[in-house]
Ligand binder design. Structure first.
Ligand SMILES: [Zn+2]
Length: 249
C-alpha cells in the first residue's frame, strides 16, 4: 500500500513538472527582456569546447532569442586527450547550431591555459585576457561558471576566479557579471523534478538576483551537443556532465 502511494505521488509530481515545463512559459526578466533599446553585448566565458553546449545551452538559447549580441570566449581547445584540434572544430559547428556569429567566437590555445585536472590556470592571466575581450567588444555583461563550475572541473573554477579578478582589479563598474549556479548531484540528476527546486531557489533570493531560465529549445541543445562527437565517447568515463537548467545567480 505504501509503495503504491509513493508511485502515485511521484507520478503526480512528474506530470505536474511536465505541465510546468511545457505550459508555463518562462517569465524571466533576465537582462531586461532584450528589447532593441536594451540589447546588450554579452560575453560568455568557458574553459573547454563543449562547455557552452553542455552547461550553457539554455542560457545561449535565451540570449539569442531575446536579440542580445553574444560573444563566446573559450580559454582552451580542450587538448587533455590530444584531440584539441577536433574539439575546436566541433565548437565552431556547435556555435552554428546555436546561431552564434562565428566571428564572435574566440578559442585560445595558450601554453599556460591547457586543459586538464592537473593544470592550474593563473587567474591574473585569465583576467587580463577577459579585459582585452571586454574592451575590444564593448561588453556589457559577462556570464561564466561559479566557483565549483557545475562538474567540479578545476579549469571551470579558474575561469570563475579570473572573471572575479577582472571585476575586482579592472572593471569600470558598469559591467554585470552572472554565474551559473552549481547544484548538488541529487538535483542535477533528478531531471524534470528540479524545476520546482530551481523556482524555489529564485523565490528565496531578492528579486532580480537569481534567474531560472527554462530551456525552450531542448532539441537545439541536443543538436549542438551532438556536434561534440569526440565527447560522446569520452563522456562514458568523464565526470563532465550538465543539467537542462541554467540557474543564474
Ligand atoms: Zn569543461
Amino acid at each position: 500500500m505504501g509503495l503504491i502511494f509513493i508511485i502515485i505521488s511521484i507520478s503526480i509530481v512528474w506530470v505536474a513538472s511536465l505541465w510546468k515545463i511545457f505550459f508555463s512559459h518562462s517569465k524571466s526578466a533576465f537582462l531586461n527582456e532584450g528589447t532593441p533599446l536594451h540589447k546588450k553585448n554579452v560575453l560568455l566565458v568557458v574553459a573547454h569546447p563543449d562547455d557552452e553546449s553542455m552547461f550553457f545551452s539554455p542560457t545561449i538559447n535565451y540570449l539569442t532569442s531575446k536579440g542580445h549580441n553574444l560573444y563566446l570566449l573559450c580559454l582552451s581547445i580542450g587538448n587533455a586527450d590530444g584531440m584539441g584540434s577536433s574539439r575546436k572544430d566541433e565548437l565552431f559547428r556547435a556555435c552554428v547550431v546555436h546561431k552564434i556569429q562565428l566571428q564572435q567566437v574566440n578559442v585560445l590555445d595558450h601554453p599556460e591555459l591547457q586543459d586538464g585536472f592537473g593544470q592550474v590556470w593563473n587567474h591574473g592571466l585569465v583576467a587580463q585576457i577577459i579585459e582585452e575581450e571586454v574592451y575590444s567588444h564593448v561588453i556589457d555583461v559577462i556570464i561564466t561558471f561559479d566557483s565549483y563550475g557545475v562538474s567540479g572541473h578545476c579549469n571551470h573554477g579558474d575561469v570563475h576566479y579570473g572573471v572575479r579578478k577582472f571585476l575586482h582589479d579592472s572593471s569600470p563598474g558598469n559591467i554585470e557579471a552572472w554565474e551559473l549556479v552549481s547544484i548538488n548531484i541529487m538535483r542535477k540528476y533528478s531531471g524534470l523534478f528540479d524545476i520546482w527546486m530551481s523556482n524555489l531557489d529564485v523565490m528565496q533570493h531578492p528579486s532580480g538576483v537569481m534567474h531560472c531560465l527554462l530551456n525552450e529549445h531542448p532539441l537545439k541543445s541536443f543538436q549542438a551537443m551532438a556536434e561534440h562527437s569526440s565527447q560522446w565517447a569520452l563522456n562514458r568515463v568523464s565526470s563532465d556532465d550538465g543539467s537542462d537548467w541554467s540557474v543564474l545567480g
